[in-house]
Design a protein around this ligand. Structure first.
Ligand code: GUN
Ligand code: ZN
Length: 428
């Protein structure tokens, strides 16, 4: 089997920099090397050690560029690719005006395939090698997504979005159809190649209690699937949830009551949480996904990154395309930094990089497989040029240490910083 030795700077993590001092859990090597064989990382070490140990390996020397795991985007809507940057609405109006009409178009399998391919190619060009995407209510949109990902060799998470109320007639399903179609899609796609299925009720306002119940029952039947949904994104949405579910304790309870709360539950946004919701999320080991560009673009609010980390809630990071305003996880990290600053904390670059790789991977229960620079992980890699523009170069030129050299790329970088992306051990 062919051996590839990638040489450059490397950055990996041995633990969670939100729970331990970042200095103790980061591994940066200036003269690093990553050995890749058969789609997996076989070893991470120094150039000197690995090139002596594996003289037969084909060497790619990236000089001062930084080798990191491919980014993991833990919450996106690939069907919204073509309506990114749509002006002037808050969540519910934005869904009705832009999102639902566009999602209806993906009932056409040709259009679904076109958008799935377009989305995945844009994501890869930005260094995102794994994502968890909502599809539309149409099973064809799920097939299009998993097929396009398989063609590209990518590990992806996805699921049919389920909605049986409060959406246009042409887009909604029923309780029975949501259950039957989701189950058939799980049986077709879950664990096929690199595909992972997530049962996907869109959010409580677009599912009847009966549909939530049916999807909770399906999750109990297929417990190794993930379950993804939205939680407490905007205040108007939360008021609406209270009206629709007058007897439940809070928003999270609309899921808990129907079997939709668990360790493999992935809850997008989670901005306006009650203390008991935070406690319950931590207790069951569920994860919340920070979508900072979306939360600013749709005007949703300021996610409490440091507070939720302190409460030991699982954390991932996401673009939330097309509510989010950028495909780049670098831009997403920058937005996470800015939002945290508005709440009085400055996350360290190590914490931001961890969120976009290890954190998101943990949230999706793919830890050790993706988002990880270590032996045994799948070889999805991103090689970052830390001097990709004049503006970044002139700042990193004055850096006193590695983190100061990296931070300008986090704050100002985009797809131009991607020197090379590797998927399943192959360079694109
Ligand atoms: N809540 C329910 N659906 C959506 C969606 O498509 N995008 C965002 N940002 N929030 C949602
Ligand atoms: Zn979303």
């Amino acid at each position: 089997m062919a051996l590839n030795l990638l040489i450059g700077q490397t950055l990996g993590f041995t633990g969670d920099p939100f729970q331990q001092p970042w200095q103790e859990v980061t591994e940066h090597r200036r003269d690093g090397a990553v050995l890749v064989e058969d789609g997996h990382i076989r070893a991470v070490g120094t150039r000197a050690n690995l090139s002596v140990k594996y003289p037969q390996a084909t060497v790619t020397d990236y000089g001062e560029d930084l080798i990191v795991p491919g980014f993991v985007d833990a919450h996106v809507h690939y069907p919204q690719t073509a309506i990114i940057a749509s002006w002037g609405k808050r969540l519910i109006d934005w869904l009705n005006t832009y999102t639902f009409p566009e999602e209806m178009r993906l009932s056409d399998p040709n259009y679904a395939a076109e958008i799935a391919e377009r989305y995945l190619d844009i994501a890869l060009s930005h260094g995102t090698t794994t994502m968890a995407s909502y599809c539309t209510t149409a099973p064809t949109s799920v097939n299009a997504y998993f097929e396009a990902a398989a063609q590209r060799g990518m590990r992806v998470v996805g699921g049919k979005t389920c909605m049986d109320r409060n959406a246009p007639e042409g887009l909604i399903d029923t309780t029975q159809r949501a259950y039957d179609e989701s189950k058939a899609l799980i049986d077709t796609w879950h664990c096929k190649g690199r595909a992972v299925y997530a049962i996907t009720p869109r959010f409580s306002p677009t599912s009847t209690p009966e549909q939530l119940d049916a999807l909770g029952a399906l999750w109990a039947e297929r417990p190794n699937c993930l379950m993804q949904t939205h939680l407490s994104e905007q205040t108007e949405e939360i008021t609406w949830v209270r009206e629709l579910f007058p007897t439940t304790r809070d928003y999270l309870d609309t899921y808990a009551q129907h079997g939709l709360l668990g360790a493999r539950g992935v809850y997008g946004h989670a901005i306006h949480l009650e203390p008991c919701e935070i406690d319950q999320l931590a207790e069951v080991g569920a994860s919340v996904i920070h979508c900072p560009t979306s939360n600013m673009f749709i005007g949703s609010g300021l996610f409490d990154l440091m507070g939720l980390a302190k409460a030991k809630v699982g954390l991932g990071l996401a673009s939330d395309i097309g509510g989010g305003s950028n495909f780049s996880m670098l831009r997403t990290m920058a937005a996470a930094y800015e939002v945290a600053q508005l709440r009085g904390a400055a996350p360290h670059p190590a914490q931001l990089m961890w969120l976009a790789s290890e954190g998101s991977a943990h949230a999706l229960h793919l830890q050790g497989k993706v988002g990880h620079l270590g032996a045994g992980a799948e070889a999805d890699l991103c090689v970052l040029n830390l001097k990709s523009t004049q503006a970044i170069e002139q700042r990193s030129h004055n850096a006193n240490n590695f983190w100061e050299a990296l931070f300008p790329t986090i704050m100002m970088g985009d797809d131009r910083a991607m020197r090379q992306v590797w998927v399943a051990g192959k360079p694109l």
